[in-house]
Design a protein around this ligand. Structure first.
Ligand code: SF4
Length: 366
């Protein structure tokens, strides 16, 4: 694979890059609500919602959050269950928890005002280099270059950088290059332009090289390496987990519990969980699991077959089985069932839940 000769030139010699992007951007950019504001809170909110999420999927969530919590004070004061409930379906729930903590930190430690510089923004917990650069440039016009997946791809292809973009050490050469490319007079527009260019023109698969303003300068295009760049090592293998949910029911209630830390879906609600290493759960093991929770199985109800569902996360595949179990009496308080509580249908609706649980509940019409 031919290697690029970068970086050997002076910043002035890169001006063609910014000029091409700033010429392309006004003609192609999407009209998105966070592009009409300089409010650092709303810009930060949009960046948090859009991380690891496509614009089309994130947009309704941004609209919900920005109208439900129009200020950082409103978000900070919201109950955490409510914040998670609004986040439901967007995935990567740690983002919602971190977002809530950051809002509380801005209110408690900064008087409700976001720090007005890149360095100041980095003091906020949960705000990394990318988000700090985005907010500092979009809200305050600070000359600090953003690096996200789109930017990595555009720079790797145009300048022929062969560093593995999955390796943390690769950040430095990309950042050095991006810092040289960003013009002092249009930092915000440049950052928007390069991300939009990566999202719309120089896409991961099938980039539109034929009508690209950078084609004659693009290292990857000139060397036939568009499909090879950027270099990205494979993500770690996916682990399969087998979740056997005990859907414990009594009268018009169902037992749910809030998930704890150090695992997926922290803070979301689900049913009593019996995790094993196989997809099947023998009847005796199911009964023992219910009894361990202090439950007594009602004998006057016909047993229903388990409902199977699959949920794929970034590094885990969850093979779930929902075993509905009717109890002859409520679960006794102060037993191993600690953490489980009985909820009625309308209460369950208000609880934050993963898509896996939400789909099961709506299909069963609980
Ligand atoms: S020529 Fe193709 S690979 Fe190069 S910048 Fe343009 S769209 Fe991307």
């Amino acid at each position: 694979m031919p290697a690029s000769s970068l970086p050997l030139t002076t910043p002035e010699s890169y001006s063609w890059f910014a000029e091409a992007l700033l010429g392309w951007y006004p003609r192609h950019r999407r009209d998105l609500p966070w592009r009409h504001t300089r409010d650092p809170y709303l810009i930060w909110l949009s960046e948090v919602v859009l991380q690891q999420t496509r614009v089309r999927q994130g947009l309704p969530y941004y609209l919900t959050f920005s109208t439900t919590y129009p200020t950082v004070q409103a978000l900070a004061a919201a109950p955490s269950d409510e914040v998670l409930r609004h986040w439901q379906g967007l995935g990567y729930y740690s983002r919602a928890r971190n977002m809530h903590h950051t809002a509380q930190q801005v209110v408690a430690e900064f008087g409700g005002r976001f720090p007005a510089s890149y360095a100041g923004l980095l003091q906020l917990k949960g705000v990394g280099q990318y988000t700090a650069a985005a907010v500092a440039s979009f809200a305050y016009d600070e000359k600090v270059a953003v690096l996200d997946g789109n930017v990595y791809r555009v720079l790797a292809r145009v300048f022929g950088l062969h560093h593995d973009i999955a390796a943390p050490a690769s950040r430095k050469p990309f950042q050095l290059l991006a810092d040289q490319l960003i013009p002092a007079d249009h930092p915000a527009e440049f950052n928007q332009a390069i991300m939009e260019f990566g999202a719309l023109q120089c896409t991961p698969a099938k980039p539109d090289c034929m009508f690209c303003p950078l084609q004659s300068r693009c290292f990857a295009f000139q060397h036939g390496l568009v499909a090879e760049l950027p270099v990205k090592s494979k993500a770690k293998a996916t682990r399969t987990r087998y979740f056997h949910y005990l859907v414990l029911r009594h009268a018009d209630t169902v037992y749910l519990r809030k998930r704890g830390p150090k695992d997926i879906w922290e803070g979301l609600y689900d049913f009593a969980l019996h995790e094993t290493d196989t997809a099947e759960l023998p009847a005796a093991e199911l009964l023992a699991a219910v009894e361990q929770l202090g439950g007594r199985v009602a004998t006057d109800r016909a047993e229903e077959p388990a409902v199977a569902a699959r949920h794929v996360l970034s590094h885990q595949k969850v093979e779930a089985r929902f075993h509905e179990v009717w109890l002859s009496a409520p679960l006794p308080p102060d037993t191993a069932a600690a953490g489980l509580a009985a909820y009625r249908g309308e209460e369950i609706e208000q609880l934050p839940k993963s898509v896996l649980i939400t789909n099961y509940i709506s299909n069963k019409q609980i």
